[in-house]
Design a protein. Structure first.
Length: 106
């Protein structure tokens, strides 16, 4: 179905739940290229969300359960956060060349 005219622009796609599941499963776990990520980030950069949108997002996130906080999970999370901060500190010490991706520090 379309809103008139020739071609496939503005085509309304109606899918069954089974088809939606198949599409979702096919795309799940699919890695995006670096170029795609950069394009998406560039398109979103500088955009401000309205206060209404922020309120909706906050309301949706409020009360969300992230799963059981076992001692093992807390330790693992803590370790990952410490590694992230250590890597960030190294990049800050090296300077802007590393941030541009010229120097890859792991």
């Amino acid at each position: 179905m379309s809103d008139g005219g020739q071609g496939t622009a503005n085509t309304i796609r109606v899918c069954s739940e089974e088809t939606k599941q198949k599409i979702g499963n096919a795309n799940r776990g699919r890695a995006q290229s670096k170029e795609t990520k950069e394009k998406r980030a560039k398109s979103l950069r500088g955009k401000k969300m309205s206060a209404e949108s922020n309120a909706k997002r906050g309301e949706k996130a409020r009360g969300r359960v992230l799963g059981p906080q076992t001692a093992e999970r807390k330790t693992k999370t803590s370790l990952l956060i410490k590694q992230w901060w250590a890597k960030r500190k190294v990049l800050e010490l090296i300077g802007p060349v590393a941030k541009q991706g010229v120097l890859n520090v792991t």
